[in-house]
Design a protein around this ligand. Sequence first.
Ligand SMILES: Nc1ncnc2c1ncn2[C@@H]1O[C@H](COP(=O)(O)OP(=O)(O)O)[C@@H](O)[C@H]1O
Ligand SMILES: [Mg+2]
Length: 350
Amino acid sequence: MASIEFVRVTKSFDKQEVIKDLDLKIEDGKFTVLVGPSGCGKTTLLRMIAGLDPQTSGSVLINGKDVSRIAPGQRGVAMVFQNYAIYPTMSVRENIEFGLKNNKVGKAERTELVESISRAVGLYDYLDRKPSTLSGGQRQRVALARAMVKKPSVFLMDEPLSNLDAKLRVQMRIELIELHKKLGTTFVYVTHDQVEAMSMADTIVLMNKGVIQQEAPPDRMYRQPSNCFTAQFIGVPPMNIAELGANGVKYGFRPESANLSAEPGDELFSLRGRIATREMLGSETIYQVRSGSGAFMIKCREDLFAVDQEAYVGVPADKLNFFGPDERRIEARDSSYRDYLEALRGQRHG
Ligand SMILES: Nc1ncnc2c1ncn2[C@@H]1O[C@H](COP(=O)(O)OP(=O)(O)O)[C@@H](O)[C@H]1O
Ligand SMILES: [Mg+2]
């Protein structure tokens, strides 16, 4: 078990700062997901925890202890990569056992560990197989098991599911959640996929360009995004955001927060537009509505409209968000919030 802490950490590559003055606490035993667009610095953060690529300044603490001078192998962390390397000529058992042999763990203890861990990840019946006879998901489990035998106090996982097909990815997501529950170990999981972050995390840490945008449990990240970036990174389609006026203030609403109707409704926000696109996804339909105020994505439970049809978009007051000129979300308790709500009510759109 271990907590991890970054204190004013900066990381540069050839004078280019990719992590800027970052402070972060990762709680012991939690499933923390680092998420953000490609190139935002997620792998760099993981490698600093593992000790593979030390920070330029600031400190990294594991269990409150500065690990700057501690070698990667001594930190009690195990890393599982996207391109996990398993040895093709070794059996599953030999692959899992490999690190233990190097650490001079005795035969009896090795066998017991390998068997209990292979049971935990569902590989017990495959111990004598060669990796080439396994499915992608099973190979991924071999990589996990190999990390697990070292009994690390922290698991670092860098996009471990991105090479798997969509169906298997969903299954492995559930397996990882269960594995985390079973082990109770600190998991730090990196992904660029917000759906993975939302479905697996106790805590999401959302980054952009080396800077943390928000740190929150999934439901709070969704309902109370701290800024425009978070509001549009989390959720598919992203939150609709448009200019309120000339003062740089923006308003926003989620695609499922709007009502679409053939007649104007009595919601605070009302806009007339035309259906530009329609995507029927089975349980829901996503429309793009174009109007004089811009294009808006609307998610409906029912499939009632056709392309080119005129429709009204209505959003109730409690589903509206406002963002200041600095792009930070304005809280409903802020005095300016009421003013912006009234400004939006006063506008006739479309
Ligand atoms: N070894 C390196 N040398 C130079 N630049 C690097 C190196 N590793 C990463 N970077 C740069 O640091 C930034 C963050 O990279 P990375 O942490 O890999 O992002 P992510 O994992 O979020 O996609 C990128 O701009 C990348 O080009
Ligand atoms: Mg990466």
